[in-house]
Design a protein around this ligand. Sequence first.
Ligand code: B1M
Length: 213
Amino acid sequence: MANMSELSTAVATGKRVDAVRLTKELLEAGEPAKRIVDEGLVPGMAVVGERFRCNEIFVPEMLVAARAMKEALKLLEADLAAAGVKPEFTAVIGTVQGDLHDIGKNLVATMWRGANFEVVDLGTNVPPARYVEVVRERKPHVVGISALLTTTMPAMRETVRALREAGVDGAKVVVGGAPITEEFAREIGADGFAADAGAAVDVVKRLLGRAVA
Ligand code: B1M
């Protein structure tokens, strides 16, 4: 039977077909989608990051690993998002300008959908003005900003500043991503920080005055 460590290895080595097959097998064996993400897919990506940092692999290998993870994740999205009927809240989410990483951001979007939010996903490389434009138009309850690079953290600061200057204070701003800390979030004036996609649900619920499960 498939196990989590085989799945991590399939992601880490960019074996898309295996990653999809093993994810299907784990689902069929009754493993919860969230466990497959937390114990199979995410650890696989952590290995990729470590190998990249040590110059053992390069961008092409990272790309094939990311594609394997994305395809496996697609099989889990419906389960992760299986939730309420009519969204009670709206969230806008995107990855900051200059940053093309979207796997974590997509995971947060999926979890928010699962928590019964309507999610407007702006994609990656989103300029501050685009956030402001969409927030003015959609008047969301939450704006989520993701950054994966230390070099794009200033763009996160810029985005929060642009939202504040535009006076769109009705929306709670939540930030996250590998280099982001609670302290940085506070420093740039965000309303909330979440270290992972699960915490991102708890944080927005707290900010919106809803009970956290
Ligand atoms: Co990039 N990359 N990458 N990369 N990449 C990292 C981030 C890096 C840490 C790798 C390393 O050196 N060890 C490093 C950044 C170093 C730094 O800044 N300190 C890095 C680099 C350097 C680069 C390039 C510059 C490489 C180059 O070209 N020389 C380049 C930059 C391109 C750009 O963005 N302009 C680049 C490119 C890429 C790919 C395109 C090849 C690919 C991205 C594909 C894609 O996303 N579609 C890629 C990948 C795959 C990675 C790693 C290996 C994996 C990222 C990932 O998807 N993790 C990554 C190393 C690592 O993190 N282990 C790395 C899995 C994902 C589930 O986790 O995104 O952290 P994560 O999301 C988490 C939390 O952070 C949080 O919740 C999620 C999970 O629960 N979270 C939020 C995220 N957003 C949130 C928002 C919230 C709340 C929580 O509220 C709104």
